[in-house]
Design a protein around this ligand. Structure first.
Ligand SMILES: Nc1ncnc2c1ncn2[C@@H]1O[C@H](COP(=O)(O)OP(=O)(O)O)[C@@H](O)[C@H]1O
Ligand SMILES: [Mg+2]
Length: 270
């Protein structure tokens, strides 16, 4: 890991533990810690997922897969163990990794330097903990809710952070409402409240629409990540390819935004 990369900083959740730890425990999980079974409540944070993020939206084409894959790369590049869960039955993220692994001149394992599993299951919230116990960061590419509600709900049920990618346009802003309603509905099924935020993406550089959308969304009561992802060819053309260096900085900032939302237990290492 290098100095300029975000690092998921880990901290022990147990007051009885003196071990210096560099893994994250999220506030929600810390709150749940006293209720954890004995095997998980001991100081063994390497077995606890630090950060789980679900990319969710009502519709396809809003940038869920692109965001999930770039974010997974960003966290992996920063030295975290990452699990990318492709929860969309269309399997786009998995297909992306398969294609990237065939990229000429690159060892297949370096194209996607993290684990990726297909798990388009309505029981995902129960299954991920069985799979992800060694991972620092879990990113879920959830399917569009309008077609796969039960799977998407399972992702909302599991993730610490629900990220809603949204273009700065009235139609996409309107369509966030059903997502928020689902998040509210699933709250009762969760151990701890979810955080959720809008990720403004496909933003046109220097257009007023980004600021206007931020204002409108905040007026509707949403958290909006500080970093807005621009609409760029490097992202539009990235499907099926290894992630290039160009375009990574924006995702580092998104990762930092996410880490900062974990405060006080999570910090960016510099
Ligand atoms: N920031 C961006 N800039 C340009 N194109 C983008 C960006 N994010 C996503 N896209 C493009 O938008 C389309 C839909 O993105 P995708 O991630 O497949 O959406 P979803 O997973 O929600 O269906 C794809 O063609 C993708 O390349
Ligand atoms: Mg997708």
């Amino acid at each position: 890991m290098t100095a300029d990369h975000p690092q998921v900083r880990l901290q022990c959740c147990s007051k009885y533990c003196n071990t210096a730890i560099l893994r994250t425990v999220f506030p929600s999980r810390r709150a749940a810690c006293p209720r954890l079974p004995l095997s998980r409540s001991r100081c063994d944070n390497a077995r606890m997922t630090g950060l789980s993020v679900a990319l969710a939206n009502l519709k396809p084409g809003t940038g869920k897969t692109t965001s999930a894959v770039w974010l997974a790369h960003t966290f992996a590049h920063a030295g975290n163990r990452v699990l990318l869960v492709d929860a969309d039955p269309s399997g786009s993220a998995l297909e992306w990794s398969d294609l990237a692994a065939m990229y000429p001149g690159l060892p297949p394992e370096t194209a996607f330097p993290f684990r990726i599993v297909a798990l388009p299951s309505r029981e995902m919230h129960r299954r991920i903990p069985e799979i992800a116990h060694d991972d620092d960061v879990v990113i879920i590419d959830a399917p569009q809710m309008e077609d796969h509600a039960a799977i998407a709900l399972s992702a909302l049920r599991y993730a610490d952070e629900i990220l809603i990618p949204c273009a700065p346009s009235p139609i996409e802003i309107n369509r966030t409402t059903p997502v928020r309603e689902e998040i509210d509905e699933v709250e009762a099924l969760r151990d701890a409240p979810a955080r959720s935020a809008i990720l403004l993406n496909r933003c046109v550089a220097r257009a007023n629409s980004t600021g206007d959308a931020r204002e409108a969304l905040q007026g509707l009561g949403y958290d909006v990540l500080e970093t807005a992802v621009p609409r760029l060819e490097v992202y539009a053309q990235s499907f099926g390819m290894p992630i290039p260096d160009a375009g990574r900085e924006v995702w580092r900032r998104v990762a930092r935004d996410l880490i900062e939302r974990c405060a006080p237990l999570c910090s960016v290492r510099s």
